[in-house]
Design a protein around this ligand. Structure first.
Ligand code: SAM
Length: 279
């Protein structure tokens, strides 16, 4: 096995979703660096792998990190895994990968499961462009602010969310994106209670409100791209500025000022003001 750090994806539910190459790398590596060594020992045991395990967290320092670095410096091989899926995707590993690269060691991916990509692939939403947002802030105000910033994005949005925050999160999405926007709840992917539900945000809020089981297990939320045109491309903050300015200036002038500051097309902003007047 060539020396270096191997970033190895592990299953997100179904234990069979571990590639043959991943098994070989985990078996032959001098060390396996894992987020939670007890959790990962179960995975290794299930595949008959008895490699040495060492703990690695994003802020690892001291003995564990030294062990990983000494192994690599001596020309050995280390496999990095997380509790589930692809390391570094809302999981630890970023600092280690940089440190190892900066010391001239090879870093090699062993790709496999990732909840975001698995959810996207079965969502029925556009996949040509997507924005992986990971976890939203837990506090309501910060979450609302971030969602307002994302409201005008014209690509599919992908979020990780904790089950106990699902209802609040969907309510916040309903306010930020509107009830008509399509969204997908992808829950327990590759597990016994796998559910993929595509509906408008309004319907999804009702669906989750009516069934406590939807607030259990692991989940990915996806939101359809903002519609192109006046409503979609203008984010919530810009919309607010524009409407306020239009109270002080003629619509054309307000649109021109906001176009200059935001980089958006003047006609797009003007059309938006006209639709608001009609409403
Ligand atoms: N590194 C992982 C990956 O590649 O997907 C993600 C780790 S992150 C700490 C854990 C989050 O991923 C969960 O809170 C959930 O949002 C999502 N997730 C993981 N497994 C999942 C599954 N089987 N079904 C749905 N979402 C899952």
């Amino acid at each position: 096995m060539d020396p270096g750090l191997y970033v190895v994806a592990t299953p997100i539910g179904n234990l069979a979703d571990l590639s043959q190459r991943a098994v070989e790398v985990l078996r032959e590596a001098d060390l396996v660096a894992a987020e939670d060594t007890r959790h990962s020992r179960r995975l290794l045991d299930a595949h008959g792998i008895d490699s040495a395990l060492v703990a690695y967290h994003e802020h690892s320092a001291g003995r564990d990190l030294a062990r990983i670095e000494q192994c690599l410096a001596a020309g050995g091989s280390v496999a990095l895994i997380s509790d589930a899926g692809t390391p570094l995707i809302s999981d630890p590993g970023y600092r280690l990968v940089r440190r190892v690269q900066d010391r001239g060691c090879a870093v090699r991916p062993v790709p496999g499961a990732c909840a975001a990509v698995a959810a996207l692939s079965v969502s029925g939403l556009p996949t040509d462009r997507f924005l992986f947002e990971g976890f939203l802030p837990a506090k309501a105000q910060a979450r609302e602010k971030r969602l307002a910033e994302l409201a005008g994005q014209t690509c599919t949005l992908v979020f990780y969310e904790a089950p106990h925050r699902l209802r609040d999160c969907l309510d916040a999405m309903l306010s930020a994106f509107g009830g008509e926007r399509e969204a997908v709840l992808a829950r327990e992917i590759t597990k016994a209670f796998e559910t993929v539900r595509r509906a408008s945000l309004r319907e999804l809020v009702q669906f989750v409100a009516a069934d406590d089981n939807q607030c259990r297990g692991e989940l990915v939320l996806l939101v359809a791209p903002a519609p192109r045109g006046a409503q979609g491309e203008i984010d919530a903050a810009t919309r607010k500025w524009l409407l306020r300015l239009a109270q002080e200036l003629p619509a054309r002038r307000a649109a021109a000022v906001v176009a200059e500051c935001s980089g958006l097309r003047r006609n797009l902003l003007y059309d938006f003001l006209l639709t608001q007047k009609q409403e």
